[in-house]
Design a protein around this ligand. Structure first.
Ligand SMILES: NC(=O)c1ccc[n+]([C@@H]2O[C@H](COP(=O)([O-])OP(=O)(O)OC[C@H]3O[C@@H](n4cnc5c(N)ncnc54)[C@H](OP(=O)(O)O)[C@@H]3O)[C@@H](O)[C@H]2O)c1
Length: 278
């Protein structure tokens, strides 16, 4: 019998070929065809991969970002490639406490049935990178906490209530981080905000038992957040993979968890990839 050998490749360059190899075949067995997926932080590294993955699964998408130009460029690029999916964009800053109402109104005006929400928007600041908890100002803390936790909480509640009102047995996936559970980041605003996202996931599972609510806590992912991107060397002494995860892999995981089979994974809201040993 043939055995699959795991090879450690150094350096491993994050290339177009590698991206494509993780974005082609369906991971949802067709169960997501025609569904509408709302993705926050759609203009960032994981957000773009999520968008391409759900479009590859033949979904329609509503993309949220805080920069209209980036959103329009992304929409144009996707439409040029002739996806056949309906692509809608909404400029929304998730630190705006009114963002839940704006979002609900937009969804209602556009008569959208949101089947999947991916709470992916987030920020990681210099103060988090330096892990200097004692000198963090209230303003610095709130900048991170509001974007990562408050925005996630408000959109989750708005969309969950919308799903319940419209009898949609939908999916909500929150993107936390390994920093939520990793000791050296646990006391940073980022780590605290991402721990709160895990707690929110657990609380919402109790509050909305008919919805599929899950949380992914990635380790290092090749995006601008970790100063990595296409062309970067992603081999790193990290976890079992010995490399940084690809945004395409996080997107694949999210699509799988939204699928009919993924929904069957019930106990435990947390999944981590390429994490360091705690
Ligand atoms: N990369 C990693 O190593 C890693 C590891 C674990 C978890 N994560 C999590 O994965 C998620 C995606 O991160 P990424 O790596 O793709 O980072 P990224 O490339 O920096 O993208 C972040 C996205 O969030 C958006 N955003 C930030 N603040 C926002 C706000 N107030 N309102 C609306 N949108 C906002 C950004 O919009 P703009 O384009 O306008 O800036 C961007 O689209 C984040 O939640 C992050 O914490 C990342």
């Amino acid at each position: 019998m043939k055995r699959i050998k795991y090879e450690v490749i150094k350096p491993l360059i994050y290339s177009k070929e590698l991206m494509d190899s993780y974005s082609t075949n369906s991971v949802a067995g067709g169960s997501l065809i025609g569904k509408t997926v709302l993705i926050t932080g759609a203009t960032g590294g994981i957000g773009i991969s999520l968008t391409k993955r759900f479009i590859a699964e033949k979904c329609n998408v509503l993309l949220i970002g805080r920069d209209n130009k980036k959103l329009d460029d992304l929409k144009n690029e996707l439409e040029k490639s002739g996806t056949g999916s309906i692509i809608k964009v909404l400029e929304l800053d998730l630190t705006d406490l009114n963002c839940g109402n704006i979002l609900t109104q937009f969804i209602e005006n556009e008569s959208l049935m949101i089947d999947v929400l991916i709470n992916n928007a987030g920020v990681f600041t210099e103060i988090d990178r330096k892990r200097r908890f004692r000198v963090v100002t209230e303003e610095q803390f709130n900048t991170v906490f509001d974007a990562n936790y408050i925005g996630t909480k408000i959109t989750s509640k708005a969309v969950a209530d919308y799903m319940v009102r419209n009898k949609i047995s939908g999916t909500i996936i929150n993107i936390s981080s390994i920093c939520a559970i990793q000791r050296k980041f646990q006391y940073t605003p980022y780590g605290i905000s991402k721990s709160a996202v895990i707690k929110l996931t657990e609380d919402m599972r109790d509050e909305y038992p008919f919805l599929n609510i899950k949380c992914i806590a990635p380790g290092s992912v090749a995006t601008r957040m970790g100063d990595l991107g296409e062309g970067s060397n992603i081999s790193k002494k990290l976890g079992v993979l010995n490399r940084v995860a690809l945004p395409e892999e996080i997107a694949t995981l999210a699509a799988f968890l939204s699928s009919d089979i993924g929904r069957e994974i019930s106990n435990g809201a947390l999944l981590a990839s390429a994490c360091e040993v705690l």
